[in-house]
Design a binder for this molecule. Sequence first.
Ligand code: ARG
Length: 477
Amino acid sequence: MTQQSAPTTETNPATTTEKPWGGRFSEPTDAFVEGFTASVTFDKRLYHHDIQGSIAHATMLTKVGVLTEAELKDILTGLEAIRQEIESGSFQWSVKLEDVHMNIEAALTERIGITGKKLHTGRSRNDQVATDVRLYLRDEMDVIATELSRLQTGLINLAAAEANTIMPGFTHLQTAQPVTFGHHLLAWNEMLQRDYERLIDTRKRVNILPLGAAALAGTTYPIDRNLTAELLGFDRASENSLDSVSDRDFAIEFCSFAALLLMHMSRMSEELVLWTSSQFDFINLPDRFCTGSSIMPQKKNPDVPELVRGKSGRVYGHLMSLLTLMKSQPLAYNKDNQEDKEPLFDTIDTVKGCLRAFADMIPAIEPRRDVMHEAARRGFATATDLADYLVRKGVAFRDAHEVVGKSVAFGVAENRDLAEMTLEELQKFSDIITADVFDVLTLEGSVAARDHLGGTAPAQVSAAAKRALTLVKQREE
Ligand code: ARG
């Protein structure tokens, strides 16, 4: 025998229960406990990555001489057939076999006989599940990164198109100073850009191979973990076997990324909901993104942003679940860890759904430019510009603030904006004011004057949109 191979003696089925771990048990699992402890109903979604991990593991075992080439061939053929069965829907999942790992292993053994039982040599479900979840999450993170880029691209393009559109900027949700709609949209993009960077940073810690840790202490077989890491596209193998099987930081980090993203999307949602209301009426969302009311015929509701706003709750909840799941857990693997999956899976599904809805909807926003302009005009949005004008003419800022405050009070009483007052009326509050004041009292003059990096001037917004788009495009390389 040229290759060292795992022993091939069949165990006597009469001495075991039907469980792969049943050797030391003398009675079958309680029927309720069987369902209670099983995870296959939700972890079967890991099947693709479980097979991917098994293929790499078997390939490595063959390279180091634990399996023969012939055994590897049987394992690969068997796993491929099982993958096809699962994808065609004909695979029979069994709760009796507890989880995705043992379902696939049992099916493999049924297909290829004793060689199927050798696949688990030198590994445990503890390092197997940690590997599967990392592989699965890595793929989903890449999908999420692409979808986030699509949302950002649509958002930035809209911002570039609306670089000249004037709207009121708010503090305390009261009209503060005029800004451009493009500038407002690019503020959203900054939030999303940070989310993207967090996602990419988290991926570094997801992309580490735990396999080889086995149950907790490593294995006596001469495994080559660097090879397995390479075969699976991991950046490296993990350092410590105890940590490898128990670490779920990467899942918590992902959920933390997701919680921040959803927090940002809830802020965007809130503004979209406000802006589509007839009280604001700043934008229209096309009908295909809205729904009606079954009782009030006039209603058109912004359901998509409302739902995204609402979904932030479950994503925060999942983050809290995982933190609590891991709190105080002793090393190394504990069955508690099986509870990591549902929160993580639902977070992934929710993030993907929200991103898709927003990436489709944001480019379809129809701004009502006249309404935004009028809202800015009515709100004394250029009051600060008048104060700055007085300061430039030598008035101390606090005095200027006072003069403008009185002018605004007069405007409120008269129902007129600052730009709608006559020169004589304005001069009643300060004789320093001359006819050139009207240049700064226009909304266009106000935004154009904020002409510096990070400012709302249309020229700055156009340049910022260009830079933002370059950052997103670079990702494709
Ligand atoms: N279904 C289990 C999980 O998701 C797999 C690992 C089980 N390991 C064990 N020793 N019971 O965590």
